[in-house]
Write a protein that binds this ligand. Structure first.
Ligand SMILES: *[C@@H]1O[C@H](CO)[C@@H](O)[C@H](O)[C@H]1NC(C)=O
Ligand SMILES: *[C@@H]1O[C@H](CO)[C@@H](O)[C@H](O)[C@H]1NC(C)=O
Ligand SMILES: *[C@@H]1O[C@H](CO)[C@@H](O)[C@H](O)[C@H]1NC(C)=O
Length: 373
């Protein structure tokens, strides 16, 4: 009996190791042991909400989280966000936010440093250059510093840090959107032309953060571009125009989409520069603009009725009459909308964008194949 048990245990072990071997092709050939991500509210998975302590926040109540988690999850979404889909694609657990366990966590499968309202450039930049005060809870260089401190604790020493990052994917954004949102959605007197002046510095800031993680040992870095902000409900509402030629064939604001494309064009060049300066490192540009245009141009294909209106909000042409909170109007099932709350997208929209990045064509190497060739 004992013998039999023993041999079936051996058989089981053998079966398990066959499975492991089969999986290890995937795991070693094209997988990552962990993901570290940086950014703003688009991918924040709980850092900001944690930092509010016991204070009130609409984000701590339904309908946030209603779709996937059935409860608020710290995400500014009805369900999963982009990094969640990347984690799932590599068979990793959903990324924990870094701040709650910054001093104690081992983060064996990675951590998310993204914080709602973060900018790429530090607030001092805007204060010194434009006398513009930004009260941001975090910004990209601060997130990278926090990452360095964490690495010094969980993988102390240069070679341990390098070995850990060698098996990690770094997702550098989306970040930079807020550097523009604060201006375009702030004082209506703000000149629309100013952000073009600081756009090169935003892009250089993202490039510097990517270079910093590469210097630490990262071998795979995804650098996402900005979304088509001219198709975002709060932009459409704030910049309504009687002039039909301000709108494109998708009813989006032409000027603001062109602006996003200027940012993305410059960021793509920065990615090309990073590649040439860091041979052997995979630096991949993710075209979130193009990926999002799929459901802007063909919403029916995704079961979306109108891609330019918020699911959760208030009245008004773009449903932006009220912010999304527990008293807001839900205009229908989030799966039928691209915009969740007028500025952030629905899980549905993020799933479409993530698929375009993981499988192509909206990443210059499909993320799923990033370690091949
Ligand atoms: C900067 O802004 C503050 C308040 O917004 C204003 O009082 C001050 O005069 C401004 N400084 C300059 C140099 O424009
Ligand atoms: C990183 O991983 C590659 C292959 O996965 C290996 O050849 C290389 O030696 C590793 N480098 C470090 C510093 O661990
Ligand atoms: C309408 O918008 C177009 C492009 O956005 C601009 O060239 C044109 O001057 C505007 N017309 C009026 C009447 O403002």
């Amino acid at each position: 009996m004992g013998r039999l048990r023993c041999s079936s245990a051996v058989f089981l072990l053998a079966a398990v190791s066959v499975v492991l071997l089969l999986n290890s092709d995937v795991a070693l050939g094209c997988g990552f042991k962990r993901i570290f991500s940086f950014g703003d509210s688009i991918i924040d998975t709980g850092n900001f909400v944690y930092s509010t302590g016991n204070g009130p926040s609409a984000l701590k109540e339904l309908p946030f989280g209603m779709t996937f988690f059935n409860k608020p999850s710290g995400r500014i979404c009805d369900g999963r966000v982009l990094v969640d889909f990347y984690a799932e694609a590599f068979n990793l657990p959903l990324l924990p936010p870094s701040i709650p366990e910054l001093e104690t966590g081992q983060f064996a499968t990675g951590a998310n440093f993204a914080v709602l309202a973060s900018t790429a450039l530090p607030p001092d930049y805007f204060k010194n250059k434009y006398n513009f005060t930004m009260n941001v809870p975090s910004y990209l260089p601060a997130q990278v510093d926090s990452f360095k401190k964490l690495l010094a604790r969980i993988a102390p020493g240069d070679s341990a840090t390098r070995a850990l990052l060698n098996e990690s994917l770094v997702v550098m954004g989306e970040i930079g959107g807020n550097d523009y949102n604060f201006w375009f959605l702030g004082d209506p007197k703000n000149s629309r032309d100013t952000p073009d002046q600081y756009l090169p510095d935003v892009v250089a800031g993202i490039g510097a953060a990517a270079q910093a993680v590469i210097d630490l040992g990262a071998r795979a870095v995804l650098v996402p571009g900005n979304f088509p902000i001219g198709c975002v409900p709060v932009y459409l509402n704030a910049h309504q125009s009687d002039n039909a030629s301000d709108y494109d064939e998708n009813r989006c604001l032409r000027w603001f989409n062109d602006f996003s494309q200027r940012h993305n064009g410059a960021l793509k060049q920065e990615v090309a520069r990073l590649r040439s300066q860091n041979p052997g490192v995979k630096v991949v540009f993710a075209d979130y603009f193009g990926a999002a245009m799929q459901f802007v141009q063909n919403p029916q294909q995704y079961g979306i009725a109108d891609p330019l209106v918020a699911c959760c909000g208030g009245d008004g042409k773009y449903h932006t009459g009220k912010p999304c909170d527990k008293n807001a109007k839900l205009w229908g099932s989030p799966a039928g909308f691209a915009s969740w709350d007028g500025i952030h997208m629905t899980e549905k929209a993020y799933s479409v964008i993530a698929a375009g990045v993981l499988d192509g064509p909206y990443a210059d190497t499909p993320l799923r194949n990033i370690c091949q060739g």
